[in-house]
Design a protein around this ligand. Structure first.
Ligand SMILES: Cc1cc2nc3c(=O)[nH]c(=O)nc-3n(C[C@H](O)[C@H](O)[C@H](O)COP(=O)(O)OP(=O)(O)OC[C@H]3O[C@@H](n4cnc5c(N)ncnc54)[C@H](O)[C@@H]3O)c2cc1C
Length: 432
């Protein structure tokens, strides 16, 4: 019997393969790297553990907790209440900024509050892009001081070029009372999808994929899928082996799925593939001597003068550094293909030192990573491109699954759900 094949042993592929194995289906899981986990991995160096930037687990579905419990992972995770802040003009105020402007400079706070009140009074229209949506919901002050510069730094395009397809879950909407209370410093607890999170007590985030992989008999490491023949339903590995599949679940990025296909792509499919946009993230991960300069888990930096959009202090939520040391993760957004790493990494460190959050002389360990792809850009072409690409691939018995293959913004919890859902879809099709 031909196996179900799964490309990629990140969280999505591991979840899919485990599900298929449990149902007794023949399955082969191919991972090109020598370790499982994909972007949910951790590197160890000189006693420090570094994730690919902050990787914090949000369990919003009841079945997620049960899934991790079954793997013996839940008891190894610690719950943390989020400590995150926004840094503007050397002032720091808790995140989300829209209900916490009290920590900002008085003029900035006034701008934000007045702008919000005016937008609230205007009642809002029918925004067609992220720029209008922000102005309608949050007003000019919050737009100018946070939402515009932060999102333009991260996504590297104007806010008018971003669609609204991603905002619902990730950008909390406050009411007027919350915003006024927030300007006066009257706290009411966390808001948003990440008000608390779970993280392994030790071992870094790779504890999750490592544990899943240890229960996965079908995993083959160092096995890169080099080509796929849609018509004849086989794939070719780097070793030259050809594997015929009954179904193929793919978890790599959608553009690269298209590039693996040996069959000629219809014109509109090739055009849709070209329209997909994303950004890379340069992660400068540092192990530093001494106490962390802040107890925050991470800080957001909208200021266009600073090269980074976010800086995390991961050892504030896990045992990731030797006694008396801490870890820092500096995140810089970069266009795909640009080769600026050698310039950007030292510039990011220097800028962090300049605002007093890093002592360069105390750096003991450094890992520089480029995460590519890192974030899908939700521009106005994305939806149209997906409406062509995803059904076309499914018609050809391929199942794109997870953050990159479905070309979306999603988290580790979603990866587990996506992988399991794809496995169920295959099993249903095959009548098991
Ligand atoms: C900067 C950043 C920060 C994030 N922070 C968080 C967070 O705090 N919390 C959270 O929940 N989520 C976070 N995420 C999202 C989370 O990492 C992803 O949702 C999840 O890890 C995606 O898993 P995946 O298996 O779909 O993809 P991946 O992890 O990318 O796995 C795909 C796998 O496919 C393999 N592969 C690719 N091509 C081939 C090939 N040709 N042959 C064989 N193997 C191949 C790759 O090596 C990789 O192992 C973050 C993501 C990024 C980029």
């Amino acid at each position: 019997m031909k196996p179900v094949c799964v490309l990629g042993a990140g969280m999505t592929g591991l979840a899919a393969a485990r599900e298929l194995e449990a149902a007794g289906a023949p399955v082969r899981l191919f991972e090109r790297e020598d370790v499982p986990g994909g972007v949910c991995g951790s590197l160890c160096q000189a006693g420090f553990t570094f994730d690919a930037t902050g990787h914090l687990f949000h369990a919003s579905r009841p079945e997620t907790e049960a899934y991790l419990e079954d793997l013996g992972l839940w008891e190894k995770m610690v719950r943390h209440e989020r400590r995150a802040a926004v840094w503007i003009d050397r002032h720091q105020t808790p995140y989300p900024i829209q209900i916490n402007t009290w920590g900002l400079a008085p003029e900035t706070r006034r701008d934000c509050l007045l702008g919000f009140i005016r937008a609230w009074a205007a009642g809002g229209g029918e925004p067609e892009n992220f720029r209008q949506w922000v102005l309608d919901r949050f007003g000019e002050g919050l737009a100018k001081h946070f939402f515009f510069p932060y999102n333009e730094k991260l996504y590297r395009i104007g806010c008018e070029d971003l669609s609204l397809d991603w905002v619902g879950r990730y950008v909390p909407r406050p009411d007027l009372e919350e915003v006024v209370d927030g300007a006066l410093g009257l706290h009411r607890g966390g808001a948003g999808y990440n008000a608390h999170f779970h993280y392994p007590r030790e071992g870094g985030i790779r504890l999750l994929p490592d544990t899943m992989a240890s229960r996965c008999r079908s995993l083959e490491l160092g096995a890169e899928v080099r080509a796929i023949h849609l018509g004849q339903k086989w794939l070719e590995l780097g070793s030259g082996e050809r594997v015929e599949y009954s179904a193929l679940i793919l978890t790599n990025g959608l553009p690269w799925i298209c590039d693996l296909l040996l069959d000629e792509l219809p014109k509109e499919i090739a055009a849709a593939r070209k329209a997909l946009r994303w950004i890379r993230v340069l992660n400068v991960a540092l192990g530093v001597e001494g106490e962390a300069p802040t107890d925050q888990h991470w800080l957001y930096f909208p200021d266009p003068e600073l090269p980074f959009y976010r800086v995390g202090f991961p050892s504030n939520h896990g045992r990731l550094a030797p006694e008396g040391c801490h870890t820092v993760s500096i995140e810089v957004s970069m266009d795909p293909g640009s080769a600026e790493v050698e310039k950007e990494a030292p510039a990011a460190e220097a800028a962090l030192a300049d605002i007093g959050l890093l002592q360069p002389g105390r750096i003991r360990s450094r890992v520089i990573q480029v995460i590519d792809p890192a974030y899908v850009v939700y521009d106005h072409y994305r939806r149209e491109a997906l409406e062509l690409l995803l059904p076309w691939l499914r018609e050809h018995h391929l199942l794109p699954s997870g953050r990159w293959a479905e070309w979306k913004y999603s988290a580790m919890e979603d990866a587990i759900a996506d992988g399991r859902k794809s496995a169920s879809a295959v099993l249903e099709l095959q009548g098991s």
